[in-house]
Design a protein around this ligand. Structure first.
Ligand code: PPS
Length: 300
């Protein structure tokens, strides 16, 4: 992976974090330790929040929204890496600017990413526009496992069977997938929230991009829609260093271990789950989600 963007980080290796509980949600210690700063940060009325559980299509949605704001202009969307164009609200790490430092320097309308479950999102954001993206739990788990392997901002995952149990019990960064998706789902009709599914964007990107445009009150020319569909496809984004985190050094994300843009598919869990893991998972899932009106496809 070629590194041009942060030459000062060439020989830098990040220490992996410990998890720390914030209101019962496990978070990387740097995130939990800086919570007060996030809590006191002031949003602007035209800020747009993209809220997701990790590995659910955040970067994809960031790409779509930025392309929309730039009217499909690919050069503008390559002006900086995605984590600078659409900063991560709760991001704190040595050697790199925090999410808040980046956000305060941005011109409006600002787009901001968070992985917080809704109860940890500062209240002033609740009245603003939010796009939530959720992905089925099995593929999210697989993607999160591989992301832990290559990303020093997260604790060591251990072996697959170990991580499988850790995820199931919500002992991973940003906590339980179940609580996260149900929390946002239950609030979606009380606030300005557009709730999208990874599997739907995969099935028909154009249809879902038009939903985003409508939500953002954007009227797009046909050629712009076509450009957004094309430029936000997995094939194009995976080779774009401004989208694929290829600008970060190996000491933070080692893409030789696993690529950030790894597979981009629905159903990759079938290549990872054993039959007995699948049975355990389904049983656990039913207990957690059985009574919820939130239904995912491709779970079984
Ligand atoms: S993060 O680190 O939480 O912000 O990760 P996030 O962006 O939410 O999720 C990463 C997974 O999304 C896949 N991805 C895509 N899939 C389809 N199309 C596009 N354009 C796309 N962009 C990112 C990415 O490959 C990760 O999934 P896996 O299953 O690991 O490949």
């Amino acid at each position: 992976m070629e590194l041009e963007y942060h030459p000062e980080l060439r020989d830098f290796t990040l220490r992996r974090p410990q998890l720390k509980l914030l209101e019962d949600v496990p978070l990387p210690d740097r995130v939990a330790d800086n919570w007060e700063m996030v809590k006191n940060f002031q949003a602007k009325p035209d800020d747009l929040l993209i809220a997701t559980y990790p590995k659910s299509g955040t970067t994809w949605t960031q790409g779509i929204v930025d392309l929309m704001n730039q009217n499909g202009d690919v050069k503008m969307c390559k002006r900086a890496p995605v984590y600078e164009r659409i900063p991560f609200l709760e991001f704190f790490q040595e050697m790199l600017p925090s999410g808040i430092e980046l956000i305060v320097k941005m011109a409006s309308p600002r787009v901001i990413k968070t992985h917080f479950p809704i109860q940890l999102v500062p209240k002033y954001f609740w009245e603003q526009d939010t796009i939530v993206v959720a992905r089925n739990a099995k593929d999210t788990l697989v993607s999160y496992f591989h992301f832990h392997r290559m990303n020093h901002r997260l604790p060591e995952p251990g072996y697959w069977p170990e991580f499988f149990q850790t995820f199931l019990h919500g002992q991973v960064s940003w906590g339980s997938w179940y609580d996260h998706v149900k929390g946002w789902w239950e609030e979606k009709d009380k606030h300005r929230i557009l709730f999208l599914f990874y599997e739907d964007i995969k099935e028909n990107p154009r249809r879902e991009i038009l939903k985003v445009a409508e939500f953002m009150e954007n009227v797009l020319e046909e050629d712009v829609i076509e450009k957004i569909v094309h430029l936000s496809s997995f094939k194009v984004m995976k080779d774009n260093p401004m989208a694929n985190y290829g600008t970060l050094p190996m000491g933070i994300m080692d893409q030789n271990i696993s690529r950030f843009m790894r597979k981009g598919e629905v159903g990759d869990w079938k290549n990872h789950f054993t039959v007995s893991q699948n049975e355990d998972f389904d049983e656990h899932y039913e207990r957690q989600m059985g009574h919820s009106s939130l239904k995912f496809r491709n779970v079984l």
